[in-house]
Design a protein around this ligand. Sequence first.
Ligand code: SAH
Length: 356
Amino acid sequence: MKQWINKLRQERTLRQEEFRQLLTGCDAETLRYINEQAREVSLLHFGNRIYIRGLIEISNYCRNNCLYCGIRKGNPHIERYRLTEENILECCKQGYERGFRTFVLQGGEDPALTDDRIEKTVAAIRQSYPDCAITLSLGEKPREAYERFFQAGANRYLLRHETRNELHYKQLHPAEMSSKQRLQCLRDLKDIGYQTGTGIMVGSPGQTVEHIIEDIRFIEQLRPEMIGLGPFLPHHDTPFAGYPGGTVEQTLLLLSIFRLMHPSALIPATTALATLAPDGRERGILAGANVVMPNLSPREERKKYELYNDKASLGAESAEGLALLQKQLKAIGYEISTERGDFKCNAPRNKNKEQI
Ligand code: SAH
């Protein structure tokens, strides 16, 4: 197995059969080895500094009915909320004071958050914080809307493709949603000039090794600037309530595979991973992640943005908990970077002239 890992680091890709073997035959020793290799690559590119992004969950209203998601339209049991522009600017202010230089506005596809309203909010943040990056994660929109948000000052967009396989996509989403549409959105975002993020849930219901290989190939072709991977975790009020969640090990394996294939990509240790295991965030970083996204939403609303059971939003997952996060990172030899942390394709090479 180690020869495939060395080859992956060297050549940044593998043959189909080699990926299959790595994904099906990865034991504890192999996982340790690939995590170590990915960590080295991450250290060569980013040093021991972890970028932080302030996550503001702006609305849990959603017109969609994704089968896995706790804020789906069909869940009558959650209390819905929507932040005003004033609320959002207040979150940014608090975040800025704490050292955040990236704000991520995430939410359901809320029909009341019209393109005009989003454009206006982005412009207001851009005006108050000219030195910060603005990331949006607001789902599928027409190309014109993405263009307007970009003109207003947004720099990055997160839109996980969730799965590249069309049949699997249909298992995870209602009939009115389509994989084609989502992929078109990703192409539009890249074309407009956003630093674009995509990714998958690891261990989602129906996911097979073949699907994961399709996801790896898709991301290899798209070359996104950001790659988001977290374990699927069930939510009690969704059709997938009774399904098992993804595992820490499978998530860490994929994280490392993506780091070896995409050395300069921005890859977060996700909240879902930190929710699944108490040391998930640290293990994510030690497997090649270089970003964390603490929660900057108003405290009263955080519990309501429950995408899956017991979603973490306190302690080191929160903006108030930066000191704790700093301490946890220090314990594994890392520290917080308060730089904006844009994607850079020309990351420094190491002294041995290794191809990184
Ligand atoms: N509406 C936006 C934001 C969605 S929430 C959009 O469509 O992009 C952000 C991500 O959370 C989703 O892309 C999905 O991958 C993840 N997510 C949703 N439900 C989840 C669950 N039950 N377990 C793990 N991750 C989940």
